[in-house]
Design a protein around this ligand. Structure first.
Ligand code: NDP
Length: 334
């Protein structure tokens, strides 16, 4: 069983030395367990947080742990009721070729219903994050302007398309010309490249009626450009801060927290952070029904960025953190 483990806690951007590759014997399942072979591994930004020692909403990984990650896996051997060899399941096998798991958290996937990789993206955790954060916190209404960055990623692309379904105008921000082109194909009304000069000016021109909902995925310079455009009573679901995940210090310059709080007060803004788990009980079934329907009908489209081979996971992961991926980042393990 080839595995990739946490060798050291990264300082800033992870490097090859932070990952250790090894191989161990494949174990057999005990009563209540299944042996799974990983087919697809999901690469997600939150894993960067778990490589650090700082406690966040999830406990950090320990040095020597197999790197965590959602997987689409095939049952190879089963000592658990309800699972047979050949079944495809959504599991949490991590960065390894095989995993032994108890079955409480496994979800059996129907390969006929949708390509199984969608369980890691548009029909899985990232799609649900978009659905729950946008609808429960953003509350988009017809005619609203909804803005989102990391807009070609699995969260952002779903946010923009769900906003359109709810009658809003979708403004997507992403890194690079090819991403801007993809946003137009996905039906975003405006698409902006945050890597070319004067994002604040271009964003102001693209949002003449201001912004009613800003779905925050990145922070940093994009947030600086968005803040002046927010309308009175704008809602800001704070989902992620990808621009900061490899940061080792605060940005230079004056402390602007007073200015931010002034804007929150003067414009009656709602900034509300969330971790998708909190909405699972209330909204997951609605999500599967709605998103399943929208994907089947083509109203929501998705893009996947699949790289072959477990060994390529560290490099693809680091690339994803600064935008090398186009769509949901996935490793095809077997
Ligand atoms: P993506 O596949 O979109 O990858 C992250 C993207 O962030 C990169 O591709 C890059 O896109 C963008 N990015 C990185 N640095 C910067 C920067 N300095 N300025 C602007 N954009 C930057 O990831 P996901 O769709 O999986 O996740 C999107 C966000 O949602 C992340 O912040 C993630 O942590 C968060 N999240 C939160 C959850 C929750 O429960 N709260 C659950 C799941 C995800 P580009 O090239 O376009 O700049």
């Amino acid at each position: 069983n080839h595995r990739i483990r946490l060798a050291a806690r990264p300082h800033g951007e992870p490097t090859a030395a932070d990952f250790e590759h090894d191989a161990v014997e494949i174990a057999s399942p005990e009563e209540g367990q299944v042996l799974l072979r990983t087919r697809y591994l999901s690469l997600d930004p939150y894993v960067r947080g778990r490589m650090s020692a700082a406690k966040s909403y999830a406990a950090p990984m320990e040095i020597g742990d197999v790197i965590v990650g959602a997987t689409v896996s095939e049952v190879v051997e089963s000592a658990a009721e309800g699972f047979s060899p050949g079944d495809t399941v959504l599991s949490y096998g991590g960065w390894q070729e095989y995993s032994l798991e108890t079955t409480g958290h496994l979800r059996t996937l129907d390969p006929e219903a949708a390509p199984v990789t969608t369980a890691l993206g548009v029909l899985g955790m990232p799609g649900f994050t978009a659905y729950a954060g946008l609808l429960a916190i953003g509350e988009p209404r017809a005619g609203d302007t909804v803005a989102v960055a990391a807009a070609t990623g699995p969260v952002g692309s779903a946010v923009g398309q769900i906003a359109k379904i709810h009658g809003a105008r979708a403004v997507g921000i992403a890194g690079g010309e090819h991403k801007v082109a993809l946003l137009r194909e996905l039906g975003f009304d405006e698409a902006l490249d945050h890597r070319t000069p004067d994002l604040p000016g271009r964003l102001a021109a693209a949002t003449p009626d201001g912004i009613d909902v800003y779905f925050e995925n990145v922070g940093g310079a994009v947030w600086d450009a968005v803040l002046p455009q927010l309308n009175t009573y704008a809602r800001v679901p704070v989902c992620g801060l990808a621009a900061n995940y490899n940061s080792t210090s605060l940005p230079e310059g004056p402390d602007r927290s007073g200015q931010l709080m002034g804007a929150v007060l003067a414009k009656s803004l709602t900034l509300r952070g969330f971790i998708q788990i909190e909405f699972v009980e209330a909204l997951y079934e609605d999500f599967l029904r709605d998103m399943g329907g929208w994907v089947a009908s083509g109203q929501v489209q998705y893009t996947e960025d699949i790289t072959e081979g477990l060994d390529s996971a560290p490099d693809a992961f680091v690339g994803m953190l600064h935008g090398r991926n186009l769509g949901k980042s996935i490793i095809q393990v077997s």
